[in-house]
Design a protein around this ligand. Structure first.
Ligand code: ATP
Ligand code: MG
Length: 453
């Protein structure tokens, strides 16, 4: 049991709070499902959560003064290093022109009815352990694997359209079905997702992408019309046929590629796979002999990735990594066993720390092309990279002289010439004609080659 919950139970025993505190949401649901408990704890009480938070602080178990949100009747405390969300049972009313609810204190029954799905409405009495199923459907829906709103879905989704994305997220995470009336309401109201902030959409989308079945999530997002509201560029891949080793159209290829990723693949890698071919629809050409080409699609894909991820307010460092992986993904496709070591090293230098992800993307790309892809070239490349890494570090595949030193040496002002000299030195290192730290020889080579001009 969570030690924070234990502390709250102890200090409230024999007080007015005993028997009136209820665990709610994920923690109750996950326990009934036999899933590992999540870190975050939500506690609801019929009464004032802000006062309760101050009570916990007075008792000395809350580590800092409570963070309170009086408008919503909620408060946050930290106990035993864990964040606990305290909620006054409430009713919410939404004026049509506002996205912020008006909140009034209310009964537990009102509180569960304003929640998103029946599976999230079970209340577990903190002291007696009794579980209240006030909608009468929470337990049954968990057992049957059903995502259903506690009240008419139109109302639930109208009040907070983000709940439509949450429906997909929970369905994918647990392998549940969205109950048909709830599903139809999503299809009908998908467009209302437009009023939701991009940050909230991003957080749900990221969770769907990080689930065990991102491909299933994307299919649901497409089928419901939700994806169109925030990333319509992805839909353009649908029905775009390709030839060569490919048996699927670009969209299904992408989903198969995602599906083949190892479970521990991080968000950046997953997004790179999602976007790697988004430039194909607009670069497609067909030869007279029927061959299909997508010349330069990796650059357009990278551009589309940047545009969509910017729109969804992903952090710049994540966007940059996704864009780099996408724009480099064809470099690996070009690999041939005839490549000299220097060519492999150049690839390694250009990919830098992203090399493992670039390889993982390439494998996913192969697995997504047909059920029996040829992996020989990739396996060979991977072995050669590993061999090279036994002898040199990627950081050593660099020019021994920096830009400043080159400018001083040749009396140059900043400009493209400096980069040209640096590239020359870097190539000498990669070709094995210059040691990475041999600055004396580097200077001599630079003078010999560029000095007189
Ligand atoms: P997770 O395991 O992902 O944390 P959770 O069910 O605990 O799942 P939270 O986002 O932590 O989800 O929210 C806690 C509870 O608050 C939910 O179970 C749900 O009852 C309620 N809730 C959260 N967000 C909404 C929302 N947008 N609309 C209605 N109820 C919500
Ligand atoms: Mg939670």
């Amino acid at each position: 049991m969570n030690p924070a919950i234990e502390r709250i139970r102890e200090v409230t025993r024999g007080t007015e709070y005993e028997g009136r505190l209820f665990l709610v949401g994920g923690i109750v649901r996950d326990r009934i499902m036999g899933r590992p408990p999540t870190e975050d704890v939500d506690i609801v009480l019929e009464g004032n959560a802000l006062e309760f938070a101050r009570f916990l602080h007075r008792k000395g178990i809350a580590e800092h003064r409570p963070v309170t949100y009086p408008r919503f009747g909620t408060a946050m405390v930290t106990i035993e290093g864990r964040t606990i969300e305290l909620v006054s049972a409430r009713r919410e009313s939404y004026a049509p022109e506002s996205r912020k609810p008006r909140v009034e204190p209310a009964s537990l029954m009102d509180d569960v009815m304003r929640r998103d799905f029946t599976i999230n409405t079970l209340l577990e009495n903190l002291h007696t352990g009794e579980v209240l199923d006030l909608t009468g459907r929470g337990r049954a829906d968990i057992e049957a694997g059903i995502i259903r709103t506690p009240t008419e879905p139109q109302t639930t989704f109208y009040d907070d359209p983000l709940r439509m994305l949450r429906a997909v997220r929970f369905a994918v995470r647990f392998g549940f079905e969205i109950e048909p009336v709830t599903y139809e309401a999503i299809v009908r109201d998908a467009e209302r997702l437009k009023i939701i902030s991009k940050e909230r959409i991003r957080d749900e989308f990221a969770k769907i992408m990080l689930s065990d079945d991102p491909d299933k999530g994307l299919r649901m997002l497409s089928d419901t019309g939700l994806l169109r509201q925030f990333a319509p560029e992805l839909l353009e891949m649908q029905g775009v046929d390709q030839t060569g080793p490919h048996v699927w159209d670009v969209w299904n290829h992408t989903l198969e590629a995602l599906n083949s990723l190892p479970k521990q693949a991080d968000l950046v890698l997953r997004l790179a796979v999602l976007f790697h071919d988004t430039g194909k629809p607009r670069t497609k050409t067909i030869d007279p002999d029927g061959d299909v080409h997508f010349y330069g699609h990796e650059d357009l894909s990278a551009e589309i990735a940047r545009r969509v991820l910017n729109r969804l307010r992903f952090p710049a460092h994540e966007i940059n990594r996704v864009v780099r992986l996408v724009s480099m993904h064809m470099r690996i496709g070009e690999y041939r066993e005839e490549w000299k070591d220097a060519a492999v090293k150049r690839l390694m230098r250009d990919a830098g720390a992203d090399m493992p992800d670039l390889l993982a993307l390439a494998y996913a790309d192969r697995y997504g092309s047909n059920p029996h892809p040829s992996l020989e070239g990739l396996n060979d490349l991977q072995e050669r990279i590993e061999d090279i890494l036994l002898k040199v570090k990627v950081e050593e595949l660099e020019s021994p002289l920096g830009g400043r030193e080159i400018m001083d040496l040749l009396g140059l002002a900043p400009g493209p010439k400096v980069a040209e000299v640096k590239d020359f030195l870097c190539d000498e290192v990669i070709e094995g004609r210059l040691e990475p730290h041999d600055t004396d020889t580097a200077r001599r080579l630079v003078i010999e080659r560029f000095g007189g001009r």
